[in-house]
Ligand binder design. Structure first.
Ligand SMILES: NC(=O)c1ccc[n+]([C@@H]2O[C@H](COP(=O)([O-])OP(=O)(O)OC[C@H]3O[C@@H](n4cnc5c(N)ncnc54)[C@H](O)[C@@H]3O)[C@@H](O)[C@H]2O)c1
Ligand SMILES: O=C(O)[C@@H]1CCCCN1
Length: 308
């Protein structure tokens, strides 16, 4: 094996390092061919027998001259809780000749880049006064979102709810900062200025009637066309931003089944070609894009190469 072609785990010192390259990638993605991003809709293979899915997520960024594909599996209702519900690996290629340069753990990349993209959406779309953060879910994404949201923003209160209260309590004890465990999703959502949904729910857990007017919601779960996290009320009565229109109209149950109209891609907001209507109630429907993995993997590889 080539010396540089190694499998290694990684730790970002801070996920906020990802923000500038991700903003550029989102803007390039939403610029059409001149943005230089080649990213076909991901292929998702259902493994029905085991309630699982395999996703194949390739992308090339001309600006970064980086070529990757991520392989990610995600499984519902796993009995063996020692195995994470999402497992991923990123393959980084030399775009000049197609040689495989690195095989990188994609689980950390997935956790950190997803949270960083939600943080970008929140920076643009949160109300002017944002004191209360609510997180629904207490898994891997809840942790990565808590970490970057408390690093970048100044919330006075963080409220958390999870389907099993025990897991929410473990979460609150393990994070480096305060988190108030709530007994119901409604209690957690009430009064929140920013809401993050990071669950494996397949039916709504967030209802429009609970949401404070002007709040911003990052809807991160429900990545299948028949899965929901948000009800029709919140979807239809908010201004809807997405990472990719094509993906949202193909993969997002919340978008497809509610019939909600997409206002803009986040990349269009970053570029300034579509406004951030932060005074309105807003939803950022995140499905996750391969190009986010490409720039994150490049960042990791470049920092590893320069220290070896
Ligand atoms: N948009 C993106 O880029 C992106 C990237 C990665 C993961 N995700 C999605 O984010 C969500 C969270 O991922 P994760 O890695 O934190 O998963 P996880 O398994 O670590 O955590 C999932 C959480 O959801 C809760 N949960 C499970 N079933 C539920 C249900 N039916 N109702 C309510 N809560 C339920 C669990 O208790 C757990 O706290 C998943 O839907 C995942 O597919 C999105
Ligand atoms: O973008 C991702 O990496 C994830 C994979 C699992 C489903 C949701 N999106």
């Amino acid at each position: 094996m080539n010396e540089k072609r190694k499998m290694y785990r990684l730790h970002f010192p801070s996920a906020s390092l990802l923000i500038p390259p991700l903003e550029t990638a989102l803007a390039n993605f939403s610029s059409g061919p001149e943005g230089g991003v080649v990213q076909p809709l991901r292929t998702v293979v259902p493994v029905e027998k085991y309630n699982g899915f395999l996703g194949v997520m390739p992308a090339y960024s001309a600006v970064d001259d980086a070529l990757t594909t991520k392989l990610v599996t995600f499984y519902e209702n796993m009995k063996d809780t020692s195995v994470p519900s999402h497992q991923a690996t990123v393959f980084l290629f030399d775009p000049r000749n197609g040689t495989l340069k690195a095989v990188i753990d994609g689980t950390v990349i997935t956790a950190k880049r997803t949270a960083a993209v939600s943080a970008i959406a929140t920076k643009f779309l949160k109300p002017a006064v944002a004191d209360v953060l609510c997180i629904l879910g207490a898994g891997v994404q809840a942790h990565s979102h808590y970490e970057i949201f408390t690093e970048l923003f100044s919330f006075k209160e963080v409220k958390i709810w999870n389907r099993s209260r025990e897991k929410a309590e473990t979460f609150a004890q393990s994070v480096k900062g305060p988190a108030q465990v709530c007994s119901s999703a409604q209690e957690a959502v009430t009064g929140a200025d920013v809401i993050i949904t990071v669950t494996m729910a397949t039916t709504p857990i967030l209802f429009g009637s609970w949401v404070k007017s002007g709040a911003h919601i990052n809807a991160v779960g429900a990545s299948r066309p028949d899965w929901r996290e948000l009800d029709d009320d919140v979807m239809r009565n908010s201004v809807l931003y997405v990472d990719s229109r094509e993906a949202a109209l193909t993969e997002s149950g919340d978008v497809i089944l509610s019939g909600a109209e997409i206002f803009a891609e986040l990349g269009e907001v970053v570029k300034g070609t579509k406004p951030a209507l932060s005074e309105k109630t807003t939803v950022f429907k995140s499905l996750g894009m391969a190009i986010e993995d490409t720039v994150a993997a490049k960042l990791v590889f470049d920092s590893w190469s320069s220290s070896n």
